[in-house]
Design a protein around this ligand. Sequence first.
Ligand code: NAG
Length: 450
Amino acid sequence: MGLTALQSRSARWIVSLIGLATFAFTCLRFYYQRGQEGQSVWNDAEVVAEHRIQEQEALKEQQFQESIQDIMNATLGFNKVLAINMPSRTDKRDQLVLGSSLTGFVIDFIDGVDAEGINPKTYPYNWNQEHSATEYACLRAHLNAAQRIVQQGLRTALVLEDDVDWDITIKPQLQTFAHAVRTLQDTVHTPTESPYGDEWDILWLGHCGASCKTEQPFYMIPNDPTLLKPTHLPTYYRQPPENVRPDTTRLVCTLQDAACTPAYAMSYRGAQRVLAALSVNPSGFADKLKTGDQIDIELGRMCESGLLKCFAPFPALAGTYRSAGLSSKGTDQSGHDGAAHMEPATSWGVVYSTMLNIKHILQGERVVHSTWPDVDSPVINPEDIHFERGYLYTFRPEHMDLIPTPEEEAVDESVFEDEPSFTDEPYSTSRPHATREPHPERGPEIRDPE
Ligand SMILES: *[C@@H]1O[C@H](CO)[C@@H](O)[C@H](O)[C@H]1NC(C)=O
């Protein structure tokens, strides 16, 4: 057989095969269409509905992403950032102004209260006189922050003490934290006024210990690159239950109690309640809550009792810093004693300390350094740290050996939670200022598909 004959024979075969296939396909289509005709209208409607749901979800997700964009702004997504600082401690004011400028936010100052200058008439009637005057002065300074929030009608404010340090990546950290607290408030996909949601009184970002309400879900952020190794964690006086948190996971929970107040956010309603409970006594709160102690103890009691709705990260998202110099530099709670000696600068509680990286940033380096060399990434480009999503976790005490805390506070458990007068939103807790201040950042209304 010659080559041409072979070719023409196989060509014929191919042509007839194609013909056969086309015929079979046409027949199939014909029968399929006849069979489906009744259903196709129905299917189209389903596809359209499905498509609409997807669109709605994409829109809600887009609105969430937009709302956490505000956290990149000059007040970290709060209405203001307030720092408590004694005017005489100009060194610490410099520290905060410089640090915040390098991380892109702006601080307003609240003057600290000098213990010497306190008018004894300002003590609340039940202040525990065994505490020192400086402890009252500290409480009073925090009350002045709460007063500023209410007086200026701030929806939220971040309150800092002046020895605070924070991670260079604070903005993406806070975006991740916002997703966590919005998840715990169940408002990830509902429009809220604050990027952190509206159902909270305190976000206790910096602390020296926090415990969780274990009947509430936890939010876990696995493999957080800005998380301290266990060996570098500062001393924490309160903890979530043991074994709940893998070492490489930061958790966010509904707060039971916490200690120290280097950094926390407060809402307008939270500030109102703090003033009522700790200053404008007797406001009715004092019978339900032991008051008269230091600010962190009182805020902790108010969180535990349900008078305040509080959330916290663990480990904390803020640390402390003491610049080089006299060892007495760190605190204004005690005076300068003559025996103080010189010490190097120290930062506790954050991996990529803003204060310890000032030099690197001002030298124009693109990278920052971790405080400890033995971390996974001792040098990072902060631009590589982004908003991350975590997951919800439900604590099951039956799988744990729960050790009850030895020093149970004499607090009436959850007295406020079922009491409508404290948990409902009465007219008096809305900000009168709000009527003059529309909120354009609210996205278009989302309706559920009918
Ligand atoms: C930052 O965002 C918050 C939340 O939307 C807003 O209240 C605040 O005014 C903004 N700050 C600045 C400086 O624009």
